[in-house]
Structures are given as structure tokens and as C-alpha cells.
Design a protein around this ligand. Structure first.
Ligand code: TTP
Ligand code: MG
Length: 628
């Protein structure tokens, strides 16, 4: 039965909301640029960053010589024998640089709507700054305008020519005359383009990083339009944005994208959409790292499917595992409509999670060793991400001396504390009767309260880690795998979740560790930790009252994976796989749910080494095995 018969509704043209102005930043060759900032002489050399056997990124000099992201190191060396290769397995310096650049951009924001995706992308909702400056424009003298960066100090800002857009535009030829159609939106986008230009220049001159920017009315379009001119450039998606007949710039822009390149359309959804258009599965190009599919199915092709609409898409894409309302969401995306908000800046991640993958992990003593390594990394990350300098150290010290924890060193304090410790494993299933392996297998997890002793600052990380393994992780492990042997794990993940914002606690618990411990004890007593695979701690009424100002959120925090893995921070866009390491920063909306969608079903494990990756990366990975 074809889709027309099943879904007899009419095709609708959607109206695009135009209220917001969003800038998307993507740092150029980010890891390479971090290395170059440290060693500027490398700027003129071809430079590649290596993780496992793969070039995760390379600078633009290397790209000029034919190198590309996710190329095998071996090939890169063959192509460019003088390439400088730097190991990028340790993410610390990239994480730090990312935080610093993000803080810099955020410092300009008025509304704190500033959201990071992965390490090297940031969206800023600059609607308020743009609208404020729109009011300040003098229509009779646009060429010498002043963009005000502070509402309280009118002298802070920069001069600019508001009769012209800054940087590039999509389409190339645009009408900038002051009284053409879409005048207001055009002016607001022009203001956004100048702000983006200014911020990019400051980032380059003060932080030594160039970036690429996209300016439009939502997260989706700003991210996509930024890609039009890379690197070190910017592109504004120019009006008209709406039309009766589809003759607007958004339609022509979005229609030319392959469906798998649309952030928010995950790997599986893209497969389904291609199959919908082709009426059969699309052919894959196994040999390509970036691969995707041999048969490109464009957004425009999907929109032309007869009787396509939100309900039809819900029927095709909905079902087990798919988020509710996926049909309406995807239908909107096909029109370039994305109503997800730019997330409010957050100082702490909502979750910290670390994992490693294994070819063989099947004895308790090995498991203990790995749990210890993961626990040490987890604790270091908790210290790095959740502690801040305590300016009130003396005051805190006085309080602490009266408390049960008199020897705490009060120079740092917890900004947030995770209430739950989660252990996840991915056991390899036994071989099928015909000797084959299942390609993808599921993760299972158990959770329990995070023990209080992890928050102490008087013991070193190694000591706390040992205790964490013995007293919390091994008991969780035994619940997951009660048998002493007979299992073989391909992955272990240790996570600190259910982050509670200390500053939002009544009475400023975050300022006083001893009080926090006491209160946390009370709170944790209220947990009913269940044994389900998807543990959501349930709080008693009393515990809820203690914690009534706390923030509960399921947003993903930070995940570092030391495996060949998918860069699942990428909002479901399938052109950005990560072969080795990943870092995920919280997002609050469908960008993340798509990632979640990718997490288990769309990852495939290599039979040979257990490395996990999306289907389209498997060809390259197999090639790597045969080469190595
Ligand atoms: P990207 O933004 O994809 O790449 P880039 O910033 O290096 O280059 P571009 O100029 O094209 O934007 O990724 C950001 C960083 O993430 C990159 O510097 C290295 C890291 N990364 C991985 O760890 N794994 C991957 O698979 C990719 C593609 C990137
Ligand atoms: Mg980048």
C-alpha cells in the first residue's frame, strides 16, 4: 500500500515564525586550533589530530592538501608525508578551551540564552539585543550606526554600517534596500549579522580561535546556513522566509539538503524518510567514512511525497522508541521550522558519565580494575566540573568547625551534587545457533544513591575511588550480573546523575558542605531505588519537601567515551560521526532526543573488536581492521 492510500490528508504549507534571531557558531578545525593556539608555528603546517587510528580533525592547511576528518592516519600520512600528527586522546585541553570560549561568548549575552553543543558549537539567542538596537537605528543615516552591547552603559558597543549585511548571504544576491519586502526581518537579520561579525572578531583577536557563524531565526536554520561558507566566515539566511507558493529563500535552502543532514532528523528517521521516497531502503556506501547513503534523498523530495503531513509522518515514523509527536516535529523540520529554544546557560552539567569499551571483559578482577579507572576519571571530572572556588572560605570554615566534618578543606565548594550513581554495562549476547553475532546489543543499568563520601575534599581521588568501587559500584555490578562468571562485557559506563543545583537549595546548602551532607542524607533516605533498567529515583513526600527548590532534569550531561563511537552530541545529523571520543553537553529539546534515539538501536558493534559506531561508519572501520 502506498502512503497516499494510507494517509489521505492534504499537504499543508506551514508558516514560519520569525520572532527570534539566532546565531550559531562553529569553531574552525577546533581541536587543531587548540593545538595551534599553544604552538602558533603549527599554523602554517599541515596538522592532524589523532585518536585511535583516525584523524578526528585537521587544520585547513592539511585540508588543502587533501586530508579530511575521520580519515585513517595511514592514508593521511601517505597523502601528506610531512603532516604533523598530535595525539588527541586526552580531552582535557579541548574541554577547557571549549569552556573558555563558551564563557567568553556568553559574557555578551543579555538573556543567558547561550547553548553549547559538543565542544565546538554554540547557539546564542540574540533576539533581545537585536530588537533593542533596532529601536536605536536612525533610518536616515544607517551607514554610521552604533550597536549597543550594554543596556546600562550606552558607550559600550561598536560602530557598523546598518545599510549592509556583514559577511555572506544566502542566496548570494539579496535586496538590501530599506523598503523592499520583509523589511523588518531583514533589518533584524542585518543587525544579527553585525553582532556575529563583531563576536567572531573578538574571539579571534582575544581567544585566538576563528569560527564560522550562521544567522537566522531558529537553531536549525542558523546551524545549517553557517555551513555555506566555511571556514572563518559567516552566512545570513536572507528573507523572504514565508511565501504562498514556496518561492521563498528558506524553502529553496532547506529543500537542497539531504534528509540525513538535518539536525533533529536522526539516523533511523533518515532511513525511514529515504525509504518513504524511494519505496525501498536506500543503498549504502559501505566504503565511505562520511558515507551516509549512495542515494541522496533531499528534503524537497520528502515534501513532495503526496499527502505527506504530520499525521502521515507520525504513522510512518512513530511507534516503539520514537518520541511522541515525531511526525509533527519532522514535518516542521522539513519546512525549516524548529521551535526548540536556545538553552539557558548552565554552569554545571546535568550528568557526568564515563565509559570504555572492551574486546573482552569477563572476570571480576578485570571488572574491578576497570571500575577503579572509571571511578577515578569520574571523580576527577566531578571535581573539575562541579567544584568552584569558595570566596567565602573563611566563613564556611567557621561553620564547618562546628560540624561533623571538621577537617574539610573549605577552599572549594560544590556547585551541584549528583544524587544518583549509575552503572551500565553492555553484555555480549551468546553467538546465534548459526555461529553469527548479533550486531547491536542493549545496555543494562542499575542505580543507587551516590554515597556521601564522594563529596569529601580531604581524601584524595584514588582513595575515594577505591571506596566507591568497593561500597557502591561492586554491589550494583552484582545486581546486574549475579553470576560470578559466564558474561562478557563490551562496555562499562559509570555515571553521576540526578544533579541537584546546590545554589538553588534553600539556605544556600552549596555554601556549607556539612549542611549539605546532612541534608543529602535526609534526601537520600527518601529514595526508593528500584531495580528496573531505567531507574528514576522516587522521592518520598518528606524528601521532596527538603529538596523542594532543587532542579530535577533528565538532560544529558557530559559523556566521554573511550571507544570508537558515534559523536552523538551532533543532534542526529549523520554527517558527523566520532570514531573514538565524544563529549556531549546538555541540550534540552529534540536535538537530544534524537541523540537518545541513536544511542542503542543505531549503533552497531564490530564483531572483531567490539567498537561501536553507526552503520555507515562500519565499512571504514572494517577497512581499518584489514589494514592494521
Ligand atoms: P567539527 O566541528 O566536526 O570539526 P572541526 O571543528 O574540527 O572542523 P570544522 O572547521 O569543519 O568545523 O568537530 C569539532 C571537534 O570535535 C573536532 O575539532 C574534533 C572533534 N571530533 C571528534 O572528536 N570526533 C569526530 O568524529 C569529529 C568529526 C570531530
Ligand atoms: Mg568546528
Amino acid at each position: 500500500m502506498d502512503s497516499r492510500q494510507r494517509h489521505p490528508q492534504r499537504r499543508k504549507r506551514l508558516k514560519r515564525p520569525l520572532d527570534s534571531i539566532i546565531i550559531h557558531f562553529d569553531y574552525d578545525a577546533f581541536y587543531a586550533s587548540v593545538i595551534e593556539a599553544e604552538t602558533p608555528s603549527l599554523r602554517t603546517r599541515p596538522l592532524a589530530i589523532q585518536q585511535k587510528q583516525i584523524v578526528v580533525t585537521c587544520n585547513y592547511e592539511a585540508r588543502r592538501r587533501g586530508l579530511y576528518k575521520l580519515q585513517l592516519i595511514k592514508e593521511a600520512k601517505k597523502l601528506c608525508p610531512d603532516v604533523v600528527i598530535v595525539l588527541g586522546e586526552d580531552l582535557t585541553q579541548f574541554r577547557n578551551a571549549s569552556k573558555e570560549l563558551y564563557a567568553f561568548l556568553r559574557s555578551f549575552s543579555w538573556n543567558s540564552r547561550c547553548e553549547r553543543l559538543g565542544f565546538d558549537e554554540v547557539w546564542m539567542d540574540v533576539t533581545d539585543m537585536v530588537n533593542y538596537n533596532l529601536e536605536l537605528l536612525n533610518p536616515t543615516d544607517l551607514t554610521s550606526s552604533f550597536f549597543c552591547l550594554s543596556k546600562s552603559d550606552p558607550s559600550i558597543g561598536f560602530t557598523f554600517d546598518a545599510s549592509k549585511v556583514a559577511g555572506q548571504t544566502y542566496p548570494v544576491q539579496v535586496d538590501t534596500s530599506p523598503d523592499g519586502p520583509s523589511n523588518l526581518l531583514r533589518m533584524r537579520l542585518i543587525l544579527g549579522s553585525h553582532l556575529a561579525h563583531y563576536l567572531r572578531e573578538r574571539l579571534a583577536s582575544e581567544k585566538d580561535h576563528t569560527c564560522t557563524a550562521g544567522i537566522s531565526t531558529n537553531k536549525l536554520l542558523s546551524k545549517l546556513v553557517g555551513n555555506v561558507h566555511k571556514p572563518n566566515d559567516q552566512t545570513t539566511l536572507f528573507p523572504p522566509y514565508n511565501s504562498e507558493d514556496g518561492q521563498d529563500n528558506v524553502t529553496s535552502f532547506i529543500d537542497s539538503h539531504e534528509v540525513g543532514k538535518i539536525p533533529g532528523i536522526g539516523f533511523k528517521t533518515a532511513l525511514n524518510l529515504r525509504a518513504l521516497v524511494l519505496q525501498r531502503p536506500a543503498k549504502f556506501d559501505q566504503g565511505l567514512v562520511y558515507g551516509g547513503t549512495k542515494e541522496k534523498v533531499l528534503v524537497g523530495d520528502v515534501r513532495k511525497v503526496p499527502d505527506i503531513g504530520p499525521e502521515a509522518l507520525e504513522q510512518i515514523l512513530g511507534g516503539t522508541g520514537a518520541p511522541h509527536g515525531i511526525g509533527a516535529k519532522v514535518y516542521g523540520l522539513l519546512f525549516g521550522i524548529d521551535d526548540s529554544e536556545v538553552g539557558q546557560a548552565r554552569d554545571v552539567p546535568t550528568q557526568i558519565s564515563l565509559e570504555d569499551s572492551y574486546i573482552r571483559l569477563d572476570t571480576i578482577s578485570e571488572v574491578k580494575k576497570e571500575l577503579l579507572l572509571l571511578s577515578k576519571s569520574l571523580l576527577r571530572r566531578m571535581h573539575a566540573d562541579l567544584l568552584e572556588e569558595d570566596e567565602d572560605a573563611l566563613a564556611s570554615a567557621r561553620t564547618i568547625t562546628d560540624s561533623a566534618e571538621p577537617t574539610e578543606t573549605p577552599t572549594k565548594r560544590w556547585m551541584a551534587f549528583p544524587k544518583t550513581l549509575r552503572l551500565t554495562t553492555r553484555p555480549r549476547p551468546p553467538k546465534n545457533p548459526d555461529g553469527s553475532h548479533n550486531r547491536s546489543f542493549a545496555r543494562i543499568s542499575r542505580s543507587g544513591p551516590m554515597p556521601n563520601f564522594v563529596f569529601t575534599l580531604k581524601d584524595d581521588v584514588d582513595t575515594i575511588a577505591e571506596r566507591l568501587v568497593a561500597e557502591a559500584l561492586l554491589p550494583l555490578f552484582r545486581r546486574l550480573h549475579p553470576e560470578r562468571s559466564g558474561w562478557n562485557l563490551s562496555l562499562v559506563n559509570v555515571a553521576a546523575t540526578n544533579m541537584v543545583d546546590a545554589a538553588s537549595e534553600k539556605g544556600g546548602v552549596g555554601r556549607d558542605i556539612s549542611k549539605m551532607f546532612k541534608r543529602q542524607d535526609q534526601v537520600l533516605k527518601g529514595f526508593k531505588v528500584t531495580d528496573s533498567d531505567d531507574v528514576v529515583p522516587v522521592m518520598s513526600r518528606a524528601a521532596y519537601e527538603v529538596m523542594n527548590t532543587a532542579v530535577y532534569s533528565d538532560q544529558t550531561g557530559v559523556v566521554d567515551t573511550n571507544v570508537h563511537d558515534l559523536k552523538n552530541a551532533r543532534g542526529g545529523s549523520e554527517d558527523l560521526p566520532t570514531p573514538s571520543q565524544e563529549a556531549t553537553i546538555a541540550t534540552q529539546d529534540h536535538w537530544e532526543s534524537e541523540d537518545e534515539e541513536m544511542l542503542d538501536e543505531d549503533r552497531y558493534a564490530c564483531d572483531e573488536c567490539g567498537a561501536v559506531m553507526p552503520l555507515f561508519a562500519m565499512g571504514a572501520h572494517a577497512r581499518w581492521h584489514s589494514d592494521s
